[in-house]
Design a protein around this ligand. Structure first.
Ligand code: ADP
Length: 531
């Protein structure tokens, strides 16, 4: 079954749109998924790192500050001991992971149906802060926290002493002794007298390589389901929208195709009307529409034009040919009836017979000319091409041509111009032109024939000083059976020049004429040289 152009275009367009939509949706989903993944991971790490400062040892006891965010931005944070005991946190039990602690590594985990990311960070309490009374040398407060790397730079301090109190060096020694860190393992960060304190205290900060308190961990958990469910929504929206979208595009494509194809339908209808009515004079209406369709219609109309003219000329040819044959036939019939009549004597019969023979000759000539024209029209296939010196050939033909009416014939043709041609046809061409020159020439006039080279062509010119041709007749004299003035050329059939033109075309050449009524004519045949 052949599908119509409309249905096929609509189906193909829809398929194409479906394919493009599927690829783009898949691409978009993948892309947004990976973007979401990356964002999730960044959020998770940020949430964990933000909590690092909120866990400290104060006076030897681990404290989780109020600012610690147990749940923020979809991330759950818990505090664990190195033995994976939860010290603080609110993560729902289905998300609690028994995965080993691993610092600074983001991992994707599965537990039952749920999927989540986890991220651990380890807190080493290696930064100590002590406050020591400047007078009594008593420890007022001490804390151990996580050291930020930029805070680890040791700052030189100016040793100070208070009357009746401790010196800064003594304050450091008290702090180190309390922490149980030997002076060579500690790095003093700062020793200051903070202005904010209501008591006069030394604030001593130092770090040591070996932590004095056991490390704790912060584990962040981000349930992947949050991102997944967003995806689910997008996919289900697409699932409902896509078929609707495809139906709309199929209908759109069908309507568009129908609109595009409408002129073609008009063309088909017109062509069908022309063909069924066999009226070649009809033309297809040029439809409004695309340039391609307009072009198609114009080409089609041109073809009809040519077909019509060739049909017309074919019709004319047949009717002219039968007309030409009918006249001698009518004469023959009349002469025969006359000769066979009771009143005809011997002399009458002889005269009738002579007339019949003359008409027979005329018919033979006509049939001969018709055959020549039709053979020439059959194309190059029947040509017997040979390499000819066209000057020499023309000279030979002129030498063998006999004029009458006292007309002189001169021929100027050099040697050395080669053409590929059929000798017999060239003979016929020249013979026709010369015969015409004589037939339409003046008594005692002259005919001049020349052969010259013009560019890559050989040019044969036949000029006479005869009656010439009226300008309006010039385009028509090449038509079969056309005679400019039949009264002046009673013995011609009007086929000579048609044959001349056909022979010139067969040799890839052309023929033209320059003429003025009463001034004579010059026929020019051009043929390509054989190099
Ligand atoms: P015809 O058999 O009538 O000569 P052609 O085809 O040879 O047929 O020529 C067509 C018409 O062209 C002629 O009837 C004549 O009117 C005109 N014609 C052809 N050759 C010449 C010429 N040399 N001088 C004037 N008219 C010519």
């Amino acid at each position: 079954m052949k599908l119509s152009f409309k249905v096929r275009t609509a189906a193909m367009t829809t398929l194409l749109i479906a394919a493009v939509a599927a690829v783009s949706v898949a691409g978009m989903l993948l892309m947004s998924r990976s973007v979401a993944d990356t964002r999730t991971q960044q959020e998770l790490i940020k949430a964990v790192e933000r909590n690092v400062d909120e866990v400290e040892y104060k006076s030897g006891v681990l404290e989780i500050e109020d600012d610690f965010a147990y749940y923020a931005g979809g991330v759950y944070c818990d505090v664990y001991s190195s033995e994976l005991e939860r010290i603080g946190g609110e993560t729902p039990s289905d998300l609690l992971s028994d995965a080993e602690l691993s610092a600074g590594k983001l991992r994707k985990m599965h537990s039952g149906d749920s999927e989540y990311y986890i991220y651990d960070t380890r807190l080493d309490f290696i930064k100590y802060e002590y406050e020591i009374d400047v007078i009594s040398g008593q420890i007022i407060k001490y804390e151990a926290g996580v050291a930020e790397s930029e805070a680890l730079e040791a700052q030189p301090y100016r040793p100070t002493r208070f009357d009746g109190g401790v010196s800064s060096d003594e304050a450091v020694a008290i702090a180190l002794a309390h922490a149980g860190v030997s002076a060579d393992k500690a790095k003093i960060i700062s020793v200051e007298l903070p202005a904010y304190s209501d008591r006069q205290v030394f604030a001593v900060q130092f770090t040591c390589d070996e932590p004095l308190y056991p490390p704790v961990w912060i584990r962040g958990v981000y349930p992947a389901g949050a991102a997944e469910s967003a995806f689910g929504t997008v996919i289900s929206i697409i699932f409902y929208i896509l078929p609707l979208f495809l139906i709309l595009s199929a209908v759109g494509a069908y309507l568009l195709a129908r609109r595009t194809i409408r002129p073609v339908k008009e063309i088909t209808d017109s062509a069908r009307a022309i063909s069924s009515g066999s009226d070649l004079s009809k033309r297809i209406k040029v439809p409004d529409g695309s340039a391609e369709i307009t072009d198609l219609v114009r080409t089609f109309n041109d073809m009809l034009e040519r077909l019509e003219s060739s049909f017309e000329s074919e019709k004319r040819f047949t009717s002219d040919a039968s007309h030409e044959l009918r006249t001698p036939l009518a004469v023959i019939k009349a002469e025969c009836e006359y000769a066979l009549g009771a009143n005809a004597d011997e002399a009458d019969r002889l005269e009738a017979l002579e007339s019949v023979s003359k008409q027979g000759d005329k018919m033979a000539q006509l049939v001969d000319a018709l055959l020549a024209v039709s053979r020439a029209e059959q194309g190059r296939g029947r040509l017997k091409l040979e390499r000819l010196d066209i000057g020499e050939t023309v000279r030979d033909i002129c030498d063998g041509f006999v004029t009458d009416k006292g007309i002189s014939l001169t021929c100027t043709a050099g040697n050395g111009l080669s053409v590929l041609a059929d000798r017999a046809l060239i003979g016929r061409l020249l013979d026709n032109l010369l015969s015409n020159a004589v037939r339409y020439g003046r008594e005692g006039g002259k005919i001049e024939v020349t052969v010259t080279r013009v560019g890559d062509n050989a040019e044969i010119k036949v000029s006479d000083d005869g009656i010439g041709i009226a300008q309006e007749d010039i385009p028509k004299i090449w038509d079969r059976f056309y005679r400019a003035d039949p009264s002046r050329s009673s013995d011609g059939f009007g086929l000579g020049l048609a044959l001349v033109r056909q022979i010139a075309l067969l040799h890839s050449g052309s023929v033209g004429v320059e003429s003025r009524l009463g001034d004579g004519s010059t026929f020019t045949v051009t043929m390509p040289l054989d190099k």
